[in-house]
Every structure is written in structure tokens, then in C-alpha cells.
Design a protein around this ligand. Structure first.
Ligand SMILES: NC(=O)c1ccc[n+]([C@@H]2O[C@H](COP(=O)([O-])OP(=O)(O)OC[C@H]3O[C@@H](n4cnc5c(N)ncnc54)[C@H](O)[C@@H]3O)[C@@H](O)[C@H]2O)c1
Length: 272
């Protein structure tokens, strides 16, 4: 059911690679809620061609941009402002990649060039994106900016490697920009910490299925589906959450507040 929550709003959505992507679900729902959007992804992601289907379904232009390149991001926001007919009310950062995780390099054997890439792609890109938008004067007063995070920023999940450090930085960047943009333009900045989800990025983590099943068994509501994550993000883009800022918001079926569940204890200690 659509509520018209984003009627008249303009947004930029990054990170829709295929139908499984969290950003894909956000884009589809934002369109359904009445927003006009611009889609963006790394030039290399364009070659897969799937984003074209989303662009057609939502009537949205695609502006390719590598989120580690300031020039691309400047162009993105200048062109988005033009294509949408004004400054943007919401921005989604849904970008993550670690060469160390991808190549299964353990945390005690990191390749530091790759580590820099992890931090650049998965965290610093959030700072770059916002700074580029500010420099292009492309953010509307009272807007909302959201990035996707994961609970490995707070607790150790061994297979998540250097992405944990990237998420911790990402959440800190959200707080810092949230302060500055809140004061200057009443723009709020938050991160949404999502349950493990079966996407291209998620499935790239070593032992992902085990992590997924563990989180599911540890969450009273079970793992949160990506469609519901999108719905939560839409609420953050809407005017219903105008005083929510500088927060890391868990969208995880209760995982982050659960200590132990009978299902998990039974697995560890079956005889009891
Ligand atoms: N899948 C999960 O389990 C999970 C859980 C919590 C948080 N997240 C986060 O959600 C976000 C979206 O991931 P997803 O799960 O939808 O997977 P996904 O693979 O569909 O999305 C990741 C996106 O990042 C883009 N990207 C990579 N390098 C880029 C660059 N240099 N410039 C621009 N874009 C680039 C990819 O093209 C892709 O579209 C990520 O930040 C991820 O860490 C995922």
C-alpha cells in the first residue's frame, strides 16, 4: 500500500546492482511513494545492465559515478539537480566492498593497499558524497541522508574482516555530518544497521550462510527482509522523522538487544 510519503520529494539513490540489492528495494519503494529519483552506481556496475530495468520501471535517469572519485560525485550532484529540477531532499548511500574480504584475507593478515580501498569505497565515499553535494549546493533544507551499516561496527563478527572498521568509520561520519548539516540546513544524517541479507555484497562474506542462520536464530523477529529495510529507510526520508538524526538505527529483528536464545543455546549444549 502506498501512502504518498515522498510525494514531491527528489532523491539520489546509489548502490542498486540487481534485484537483490537493498538500494533496488529502496528505489522501487521511493518511486511508489511518489518521489522522483536519480540512480547512480559505479561505471563498472553499468556493464551488468540490470540497473537499466530499474531505471525503466521507475522512470529514473542513471548517472554513473565512482564513489571514490570527487570529480564523478561533483558531476553526479550537479546533473541530478538539473535532471530533478531542484536540490535533492534525500540521499541513499548503499555502497560497500572490501578486497580483503572478497579475497578471504584474514584480519591478522590484511593487505594494506586493499585495506585503504575498503575504507575508501565503503566509508570515506559517504563523506565524499555529502561533501560533493554540499559543494554543488544540491541539498534541500530539511532533507534526509541515510547510509547502510552493519552491527560489526560495534561487535566482532570474525568473517567480516576490515569491513567492520569501515562500518565504524561510516557511522562516525554520519554523526559528524549530522551535526554540521543539522545546524546549517536542518538536514538529518543516519545509518541503518541491517540484518545479514542475501545480496551480492552480503554473500561475498566468508561463512555468510552460517552468519545469516545464526542471526536469524538470535533475533526474536527473525532476520529483517530487505523490503522491510527499504520501508524503514523511506520513513527516514519522509517528514515523519524530522527530529531523528546522528543515529545508528538497528533494523535487525531484535538481534542487537538479544543475549541468548534457547535455539542457539540448544545447538551449543544439546544435552541440557
Ligand atoms: N547484505 C548484507 O548482509 C548487509 C547487511 C548490512 C549492511 N549492508 C550494507 O548495505 C549496503 C548495500 O549492499 P547490498 O547488500 O545491497 O549489496 P549490493 O552488492 O547489491 O550493493 C553494493 C553496491 O556497492 C556498489 N559499489 C561498489 N563499489 C562502488 C564504487 N566505487 N562506487 C559506487 N558504487 C560502488 C556496487 O556496485 C553495488 O551496487 C552496503 O553498504 C552493505 O555493506 C549489507
Amino acid at each position: 500500500m502506498a501512502y504518498g510519503l515522498l510525494k514531491g520529494k527528489r532523491g539520489v539513490i546509489s548502490g542498486a546492482l540487481n534485484e537483490q540489492s537493498i538500494a533496488w528495494k529502496v528505489a522501487a519503494l521511493a518511486h511508489g511513494e511518489g518521489a522522483q529519483i536519480v540512480l547512480t552506481n559505479a561505471p563498472v556496475a553499468m556493464r551488468m545492465g540490470e540497473i537499466d530495468n530499474l531505471a525503466k520501471a521507475t522512470g529514473s535517469p542513471i548517472i554513473p559515478a565512482d564513489a571514490t572519485k570527487d570529480e564523478d560525485l561533483g558531476k553526479l550532484f550537479a546533473e541530478a539537480k538539473q535532471a530533478l529540477g531542484g536540490p535533492v531532499d534525500f540521499v541513499l548511500h548503499s555502497i560497500g566492498m572490501s578486497p580483503n574480504v572478497r579475497k578471504a584475507r584474514a584480519y591478522n593478515d590484511l593487505n594494506y593497499e586493499w585495506y585503504k580501498q575498503t575504507l575508501d569505497i565503503s566509508a570515506m565515499s559517504f563523506h565524499r558524497m555529502i561533501q560533493a553535494a554540499v559543494k554543488q549546493d544540491a541539498l534541500a533544507d530539511g532533507g534526509s541522508i541515510v547510509a547502510l551499516s552493519y552491527i560489526a561496527a560495534q561487535r566482532v563478527f570474525a568473517g567480516y574482516g576490515d569491513m567492520a572498521d569501515a562500518k565504524a568509520l561510516l557511522e562516525s561520519i554520519a554523526r559528524s555530518w549530522g551535526y554540521h548539516l543539522g545546524q546549517q540546513k536542518r538536514i538529518r544524517v543516519n545509518t541503518v544497521s541491517q540484518s545479514p541479507s542475501k545480496t551480492t555484497a552480503g554473500s561475498g562474506i566468508k561463512g555468510f550462510t552460517g552468519l545469516f542462520d545464526f542471526a536469524d536464530a538470535m533475533s526474536p523477529l527473525g532476520n529483517a527482509p530487505t523490503e522491510d529495510c527499504a520501508a524503514y529507510i523511506i520513513s527516514l526520508f519522509s517528514d515523519l522523522t524530522r527530529y531523528v538524526t546522528m543515529q545508528n538505527l538497528y533494523h535487525d529483528g531484535g538481534f542487537s538487544s538479544t543475549g541468548a536464545t534457547p535455539m542457539v543455546v540448544e545447538k551449543v549444549s544439546p544435552e541440557e
